[in-house]
Design a binder for this molecule. Sequence first.
Ligand code: NAD
Length: 360
Amino acid sequence: MDKANVASLTTRMSTFDHEQVVFCQDKATGLKAIIAIHNTVLGPAVGGTRMWAYASEDDAVTDVLRLSRGMTYKNALAGLNIGGGKAVIIGDARKDKNEALIRRFGKFVDSLAGKYITAEDVGISTKDMEYVKQETDHVVGLPDYRGGGGDPSPVTAYGVYMGMKASMKELSGNDSLSGKKILVQGVGHVGEYLVSHLVKENAEVIISDIYEDRVKAVVSKYGVKAVDVSEVYHQKIDVYSPCALGATVNDETLAKLTCSIICGAANNQLANEQIHGAEVQKKGILYAPDYLVNAGGIINCYWEIIGYSREAAFAQAQGIYDKTLEIFSKSKSENIPTYLAANLLAEARINQIGKIKLSY
Ligand code: NAD
């Protein structure tokens, strides 16, 4: 890396105050990875590893800086004693991934001596985490037969459900979802568990998924309705629950959406946080910040770090209900969008807890 590139990297790191960025390469396995540690005020940096065929190294840097910062906010707001970090492996997970490459990556994680704890993300499976575990103890997201927390999706779905009930409470004074029209976009791991909670509460559930077999399976198991993916934003609904992709709340969809609540599991739902966060507020739509309501997954990982208990993970995910109400209250009293209220609460916790650490 030439001088100008190094300077631009440290400048980019200082823009959002990243602590450390580690570049890893290994010729023998072909590994190229970047580990970004954003903030460790609350504890070791925790966040998944993503394997992706980035178009350029610059794209990989941008992604890892953005994602690691996001983890700091998510972990802080969820009340966890962990900081924010993330790793990316540059490559096509279907073609380039193998045991040696992943274990080599595990060795790099180990070299950080616990300052960064990794987990799975896009392109990485629990099997890969087992390979990482062969090289380091600083890994979570292991299957239950390896002493891990197993699939985090049920905890994530429960947290989203809690956030949705809190949103309904804020809107109508009553948190019952019975009879409410709720559209769940994407019925994969989290989406299906969410549907099961909603059906149990007698909500009127509509689902949508790009895979016909997923739609058929969920419709026949829960007796819900389905709409084509092209029809999602034209539905007259109470709640829109994005559980597939990010950036679905954008100029185009906001022009069509008629819901009163947006609350779902997908990461980065607002295409542009500032613009669309303000726009939903202007339209009178209550937006439950995604990184709060989908924190069940990281809560599950956290319990794996401190001593796993499924019960404790669910109990902590239940706290998302009160935290969602706290965010709405701050948003109302300060007349700011809910995403901003969430960010401010996360920053306040980091500052406050950072101060108590100064004294012995
Ligand atoms: P998943 O891959 O199991 O499910 C996603 C589903 O969305 C799939 O069934 C897929 O076919 C469907 N889908 C994709 N594009 C779609 C579209 N345009 N319209 C409708 N459906 C579409 O993923 P998941 O684990 O259920 O996670 C769902 C979302 O929640 C993701 O954005 C993920 O990043 C986020 N999330 C998941 C967890 C977790 O614990 N799994 C935790 C935090 C956040």
